[in-house]
Design a protein around this ligand. Sequence first.
Ligand code: F6P
Length: 327
Amino acid sequence: MAKIKRIGVLTSGGDAPGMNAAIRAVVRAAIHNGCEAYGVYGGYQGLINGDIKRLKSHDVSNIIQRGGTILKSARSTEFRTPEGRTKAAGVLRENKIDALVVIGGDGSFTGARLLIQEHDIPVVGIPGTIDNDLYGTDSTIGYDTAVNTAVEAVDKIKDTASAHNRLFFVEVMGRDAGFIALRVAIATGAEAALVPEVETDLTDLEHFIEKDYDPNKSSGIVIVAEGEKEGGAYSVAKKVAEAHPEYDIRVSVLGHMQRGGSPSAFDRVLASQLGVAAVDALMDDQKSIMVGIMNKEIVHIPFNKTIKHTKGLNPELLNLVRVLTTR
Ligand code: F6P
């Protein structure tokens, strides 16, 4: 493989707090290794459109603490087509960019893998999504911050829930995965976590609430992942309300607030480590891999593997929610 001299970096898919810290790390690590760094604005669509700018060290100053992504993000339908990827590869060649770092989730890595296969351009991925649903890393960039944001919000909801003796169904993000829901449920002392990975048994939930939700207890919180199979918090709340008209039920959907805000220290450090690891991997002639951290060690996972496998929820944590609501 020819020596890499110019490295492009882009953010793709849903943004996640800590993406800026990762961009900063990629740019600085590239310069540290004697390369030039180029920011691609607007994800894969920006790449197709040639929206590219050289980034020097000072261009990424003062961004480690900022949420969102200075490079903007997008989901490109054009890049899903072979023609779109051919255009993207042409733009990379015109700009003499030898390799790409893609910060995003599994959809972004699927696109990256096709770009490598069709055009032989080395790409290394950095896991950036609040959902934490990527195989091959214990944590994705943004997950810790999103959990902390949701915990702060649920603590506040608990105050008003207690004031009115209400049962709240709080919906958190997670289209296909319950990582946020499970962690938030444990951290807020919720009654239950309803997640896409486990079928929601409404009868069981009702019995559980009946048995364990003491009407004299000042509040009840059930955390529902967005992708929960009964249809999310509104749908579950409606069914429980029909079976238990005696409960004073409310629903709160936290939504995109979970994607914003200043990244936690954990996410900043994780993003910094993974940004440097991604450039190191390119310097070591790696291509078609995602860098991750497992058991505190940097790992290289082939895109193929992270796309194909699903990271499961920890059954011990699922059990913990039950144990800790014992009365
Ligand atoms: O993938 C991250 C995520 O925040 C999911 O949890 C959520 O379902 C989705 O993105 C929302 O996407 P959009 O911002 O396009 O509505």
